[in-house]
Design a protein. Structure first.
Length: 341
C-alpha cells in the first residue's frame, strides 16, 4: 500500500463527518461535532494549523554532512522519532463505526510501538475503553501512555490501578477535557482540578505524570507545583473552548517559564515533519499529532499508521539536514523565523 492509497481508502471508510483531507487543517469539518470539528465557530483548529504555517525554516547547508538522528529520550525510554500519536475517544461517534475505541487503540498502540514511537490512548465513559487500552499497552511492553480524563478522584484512582497493571512507562491526564459535556454533567462532579487535587493524582500515578492542556505560563507553573513531570501545550484541538490562541502562539512563553524543569510537548495543527521541526526549534521536547493518525488507522490499519510515521520521519530528517541539524538537540531557535504574508 502507498500513502496515497491509504488516504483514498480512508475517504471510503470515514463516514459522514471526516473528509480525510490531503491536509487536515480544520477547514472542511470546521465546527462539525459529532465529527472532528472544533467548538463554537470552529476557528481554533484552523488557527492551530495556520500559525505553524506562519513560521518558516532557515535553510543552511554550509555545514557538516551526514545523516540526521531523529531519536529522543523521554523518561529514560528511547524513541526513534520526537513525535507521538495523540489520544482520541469515541471514534465510532466522530468518524465511523468501522472502529470503536477498543479496536482503534489496539491498532494504534501496536503500530506505533512497532515503528519506534508511542501512542497516547484515550479514555471514555465506558470503562472497557481504559481497560482495553491499558491491556494493549501491556501487550506492547508498556510502550504507550494512557490518558486519563479528569474524573472525580475515586474514579481516577480506579483508572490508575489499570495503568499500573499495564506497565505503561508514563501516564497523562488531559485536564482540558474538563470542557467536555459528558464530564460536566457527571455526579459526583468531574472536571477541573486545583493544584492540591492534581498533586494527589500525581502521587497516585506512581510513574512519570504528564498534564495535557496547558496554554499559559501560569498553568505551567501550577502543573509544576503539583509535581508533574511534563506538560503538553494543547487546547484540545479546539474542541473544548472557542476563540483560543493557537498552541504555536503560546509555546515559547511556556518554554521560557518552565526553563528546562519539565519536559514540554505540544500538539494542535502540527501536520508535517517540517512542522515538527518548527515546534522543536521553539523549545518543545516533542509533539503529539492526533486527527491524522485516525485517518491513517481508518485508511490502512497498522500499515497505514506505519506509512504516516515514515512520511513524517522522512520530512523531519530532510528539514534537519537542510538546516544543519544532525540531531534533535542541535535544532535551535535561530533555525526558524516568523513570517506573515
Amino acid at each position: 500500500m502507498t500513502y496515497q492509497e491509504m488516504m483514498e481508502n480512508a475517504k471510503l471508510s470515514m463516514g459522514l463527518y471526516c473528509k480525510a483531507c490531503p491536509v487536515c487543517d480544520g477547514r472542511a469539518c470546521k465546527n462539525q461535532i459529532p465529527g472532528p470539528g472544533a467548538k463554537g465557530v470552529g476557528d481554533t483548529a484552523i488557527r492551530n494549523y495556520k500559525k505553524w504555517q506562519e513560521i518558516r525554516v532557515n535553510m543552511d547547508t554550509i555545514c557538516d554532512g551526514g545523516e540526521a538522528d531523529t531519536s529522543v529520550n523521554l523518561f529514560g525510554k528511547e524513541f526513534k522519532m520526537p513525535f507521538f500519536a495523540g489520544p482520541v475517544g469515541a471514534v465510532n461517534l466522530h468518524y465511523s463505526d468501522r472502529y470503536d475505541d477498543v479496536s482503534y487503540n489496539n491498532v494504534l498502540v501496536s503500530a506505533c510501538a512497532g515503528a519506534g514511537i508511542a501512542a497516547f490512548t484515550g479514555d471514555g465513559v465506558n470503562a472497557k475503553v481504559m481497560e482495553a487500552a491499558t491491556e494493549a499497552i501491556r501487550e506492547n511492553d508498556g510502550c504507550g501512555i494512557p490518558t486519563v480524563k479528569p474524573w472525580n478522584l475515586d474514579t481516577v484512582r480506579e483508572k490508575m490501578e489499570l495503568v499500573k497493571k499495564s506497565g505503561a512507562f508514563a501516564v497523562a491526564m488531559d485536564i482540558d477535557a474538563a470542557g467536555l459535556p459528558f464530564l460536566k454533567n457527571m455526579n459526583p462532579p468531574a472536571g477541573s482540578k486545583n493544584v492540591q487535587e492534581l498533586s494527589e493524582i500525581v502521587k497516585m500515578a506512581g510513574r512519570p505524570f504528564i498534564v495535557k492542556g496547558v496554554m499559559t505560563a501560569k498553568g505551567a507553573r501550577k502543573a509544576k507545583e503539583a509535581g508533574a513531570d511534563a506538560i503538553i501545550v494543547s487546547n484540545h484541538g479546539g474542541r473544548v473552548l472557542d476563540q483560543c490562541p493557537a498552541t504555536a502562539e503560546v509555546l515559547e512563553e511556556i518554554v521560557k517559564e518552565v526553563n528546562g524543569s519539565m519536559k514540554i510537548l505540544v500538539d494542535g495543527g502540527i501536520r508535517s515533519g517540517t512542522d515538527i521541526f518548527k515546534a522543536l526549534a521553539l523549545g518543545a521536547d516533542g509533539v503529539l499529532i492526533c486527527r491524522p493518525f485516525v485517518v491513517a488507522v481508518y485508511g490502512g490499519g497498522e500499515e497505514g499508521v506505519k506509512l504516516y510515521i515514515d512520511k513524517l520521519g522522512a520530512e523531519l530528517k530532510d528539514a534537519m539536514q537542510m538546516c544543519g541539524a544532525h540531531s534533535v538537540s542541535e535544532i535551535t531557535r535561530d533555525m526558524v523565523r516568523y513570517y506573515q504574508d
